[in-house]
Design a protein around this ligand. Structure first.
Ligand code: CUA
Length: 352
């Protein structure tokens, strides 16, 4: 090997080394960067671990489609690979092209009829599932919940209970939750894939959705219809409880707001500023209907429909400027002075 070739080889090795180093540093950095977002609200909805009908049926059907597609993939690629190997040019083969054949009635019929049959079968199964899953009247013994979509949060009202909450749905295990879906402004879509399929919330129309969870736990979802700048921050959390835990939660939500004496100043500040025009705190002020009910704000794990974890620090940042978490949020920066913000945050953190 000449010295020039050795040099080129060495240069190539250097380039490979540099490339690998840069790549692995980037991967390493991305892991290092991760803890910085650890206390942000991370949620990843999944289709693949259903715990409730209709999600079970949707998952089954999805798997059937995946298997059919996998079958087609292996047949097509199997034939392709077979053809490439079987008909490749052989040593001493003089001709540049194999014999050219035009038209095959059997083949053409086969690849027309087979897809049509597959589409018909899938269409029939889809129609059957839609009919079976569609319920427009609440089944016996179900828990009725009214869900109202807003830009960009969810308002939740429970039948037979006297409270309104937001963004975090609590339901008991092994009971049908029957949701009535409405919208206050534009089209939204309720989607918690482990529990049910997507159903739109459409202005001036009422849609329904139901679920019958089999396991307790937290299941996450989000608005699935583009509804404006903060569509991506219109997240949903569904807590499925045991019957006893659900009753306990509902009983707590029924209570009027705590009135803690040590935060009287904060409550007065809240009552004397524009906060009350949009937010209700039951037992304190009930004028505001535009924004989420804050009576039991601290029983929720997130603020801004999943935009940030619900803690004092984030509440201060939110009140100072909601755009910090959610640019374009309907809540304006209230222009409170730093002392007022601290007082209001003190007060809000007592709304357990
Ligand atoms: Cu609401 Cu997208």
């Amino acid at each position: 090997m000449g010295s020039a070739q050795v040099r080129i080889k060495k240069k190539r090795a250097d380039i490979r080394l540099a490339f690998t180093t840069v790549l692995s540093s980037l991967v390493g950095l991305s892991f290092l960067a991760h803890p910085a977002i650890a206390d942000e609200v991370i949620q990843t909805p999944t289709l693949f671990k259903p715990i409730s009908e209709p999600a079970f049926s949707i998952m089954d059907f999805g798997l059937l489609i995946i298997w059919i597609c996998a079958g087609i993939f292996f047949i097509v690629f199997g034939l392709l690979i077979y053809t490439i190997i079987r008909y490749r040019a052989k040593a001493g083969d003089e001709s540049l092209e194999p014999a050219q054949i035009y038209g095959s009635e059997q083949l053409e019929l086969a690849w027309t009829i087979t897809p049509v049959l597959i589409v018909i079968v899938l269409g029939l199964i889809t129609a059957g599932r839609i009919v079976a899953l569609d319920k427009t009247t609440p089944p016996e013994g179900s828990l009725g919940i009214r869900v109202i979509g807003h830009q960009w949060w969810w308002e939740l009202e429970y039948d037979g209970y006297d409270f309104i909450t937001a963004n975090e749905l609590h339901i008991p295990v092994d009971q049908t939750a029957f949701l009535t879906l409405q919208s206050e402004d534009v089209i939204h879509s309720f989607w918690v894939p482990q529990l049910s399929g997507k159903t739109d919330l459409i202005p001036n129309r009422t849609n329904h959705l139901w679920m019958h969870p089999q396991e307790t736990g937290l299941y996450v979802g989000q608005c699935a219809e583009y509804c404006g700048t903060q569509h991506a921050h219109m997240l949903l959390r569904v807590f499925v409880h045991t019957r006893a835990d659900f009753e306990r939660w509902a009983a707590e939500q029924q209570q009027a707001a705590d009135q803690v004496a040590s935060v009287d100043l904060g409550r007065t500040t809240f009552e004397q500023t524009a906060c009350v025009n949009c937010h209700t705190v039951r037992g304190v002020t009930e004028i505001g209907q535009f924004g989420p009910d804050l009576t039991h704000l601290m029983s929720r794990t997130t603020i801004g429909a999943g935009a940030a974890a619900n803690n004092r620090e984030n509440l201060v940042a939110w009140i100072t400027n909601p755009d910090h978490f959610k640019p374009g949020a309907r809540m304006p920066a209230m222009k409170l002075n730093p002392q007022q913000i601290e007082l209001v945050a003190d007060y809000l953190t007592t709304l357990k």
